[in-house]
Ligand binder design. Structure first.
Ligand code: SIN
Length: 481
């Protein structure tokens, strides 16, 4: 086994490493071994973290955007300098192939770097006055202490997408990483200290008691903003819990992305886009294609080529050279994927490749392509979060739009067509926060990421991402003359 660097096992509060009374095991999903025992904190320590963030806020907010930006840039540079160590840590606790993990470190660092610059452009306005003797303006101010509840599927990038803009804006943060992936979050805290992030500005509360810690973060009136990435049911609970203190919320929740291939698509590009979108991170992203809708004229050629390429994907531990598909995160995820596929096959879907757990055992599942799926099947309605592509055949553009929008979710959507008119029509009619047009990979720090309908609230990344951590204050100057 390779030695892991940057391993911290204590939580991080007010610039200090905190052990607490209990620990929990962090497992390697590729083989079930225990990688580390991490501090398992509770409500009292969460309150201490909020206290620290509250104390640190005035001084951090008072620094200039340029000063904060310089510290953030150093943090991002340190991430890149330690990209190999961070990637190995990520593969160990999350399972994704090393190359993909390294890609996430670069993606994660880009959020910090981008917001380090963007903070300098948190412009207010001067407003032409409608009243002689008065002058009007608006200014932008950091919202205050923020809570960031992060998921296990992107253990670094989903933290930096929240913490980057928060710190850049002048806010302080309490991060609660997922219990499956606390090591990346703690390694990031260590690099933050090295970069010069002051005590209390960034705090990391590790825990297995997510609901209790989440409730403290929601109930505390000093926390003015909560950002959460995770499932829609948990997002709804947090939404309700935050009502009592009227917090600003960013909720990046579940998706059910349609991936539509029209007869006039470039076949190879569509197949490659489907693989990139569907099998990234072993199918465990909120923006993964969940339902493939393929027009009848291209259907047979598309599914044959897709199945051929998917069958060739290499499955194994993420540390092995050339592996493209790692393990699923845990037994619950494996059981869900297995149930969705088994039910679909029972109800008439046909397996072109895969369709079962992988011969490697453990949490590995075969990359799967299913045809003759139907919109009423559970795997068309639920987020699969695994390497399974169910395909439905359709005839007309209107039918494709209707199928695509027949879901309470609206995070990402994708379609392939070479007809410019159709591209515009679809882009406008599809109910999603993000649309990939002849493109299967859409995420970047410079574009607004987020969903509509039950996929959430707010946007992360881009200038919209900074706005989420700012309040607008209107100033009215009287007696001007
Ligand atoms: C997610 O799955 O929540 C994020 C995926 C991405 O940033 O591309």
């Amino acid at each position: 086994m390779t030695t892991l660097n940057l391993v911290e096992t204590e939580a991080f509060i007010d610039g200090l490493w905190v052990q607490g009374d209990k620990t929990f095991d962090v497992l390697n999903p590729a083989d079930g071994t225990v990688i580390a025992k991490v501090a398992d904190l509770g409500e009292a320590e969460t309150t201490l973290a909020i206290d620290a963030a509250h104390r640190a806020f005035p001084a951090w907010a008072a620094r200039t955007a340029k000063e904060r930006g310089a510290i953030l840039r150093k943090w991002s540079d340190l991430m890149l300098a330690h990209a190999d160590d961070l990637a190995r840590l990520m593969t160990a606790e999350q399972g994704k192939p090393l190359a993909e993990a390294k890609g996430e470190v670069v993606y994660g660092a880009a959020f910090i770097d981008w917001f380090a610059e963007e903070a300098k452009r948190a412009y207010g306005h001067t407003i032409p006055t409608p009243m002689p003797g008065k002058r009007l303006a608006s200014i932008k101010q950091p919202i205050g202490v923020c809570a960031a509840i992060a998921p296990w599927n992107f253990p670094i990038a989903m933290i930096t997408r929240k913490v980057g803009p928060a710190l850049a804006a002048g806010c302080t943060v309490v991060v609660k990483p997922a219990a499956e992936t606390p090591l990346c979050a703690l390694a990031m805290a260590r690099l933050a200290i090295e970069a010069g992030v002051p005590s209390g500005v960034l705090n990391v509360v590790t825990t297995t008691n997510s609901s209790a810690v989440g409730k403290v973060l929601c109930d505390d009136g000093r926390v003015r903003k909560l950002s959460f990435t995770g499932s829609t049911p948990i997002g709804k609970v947090l939404y309700e819990q935050c009502a009592g203190t009227m917090k600003k919320l960013s909720l990046e929740l579940g998706g059910n992305a349609p991936f539509i291939v029209f007869d006039d698509a470039d076949l190879e590009a569509a197949v490659d886009g489907a693989i990139a979108s569907k099998y990234r991170n072993t199918g465990q992203t909120c923006v993964c294609a969940n339902r493939l809708l393929v027009q009848s004229g291209i259907h047979d050629a598309f599914v044959a080529r897709l199945a051929e390429k998917v069958a060739a994907l290499r499955v194994g531990p993420g540390t092995e050279q050339g592996v493209q598909i790692g393990p699923l995160i845990n037994d619950k995820a494996l059981c869900k994927v297995d149930r969705l596929v088994t039910d679909a096959i029972r109800d008439g879907a046909k397996v072109l490749t895969g369709g079962d757990a992988h011969g490697l055992g453990g949490l590995f599942y075969q990359p799967t392509v299913l045809v003759d799926a139907r919109p009423d099947m559970a795997l068309f309605q639920e987020e699969i979060f695994g390497p399974v592509a169910p395909i439905v055949k359709f005839e007309t553009e209107a039918e494709a739009i209707e199928l695509a929008n027949a879901t309470p979710f609206g995070l990402a959507a994708y379609f392939y067509s070479r007809d410019v008119g159709r591209c515009w029509r679809l882009a406008e009619k599809i109910e999603a926060g993000m649309v990939g047009i002849n493109e299967g990979l859409i995420s970047t720090e410079v574009a607004p990421f987020g969903g509509v309908k039950e996929s959430g609230l707010g946007r992360e990344g881009a200038s919209e991402g900074l706005e989420e951590y700012l309040e607008t204050k209107y100033l009215c100057f009287g007696g001007v003359g």
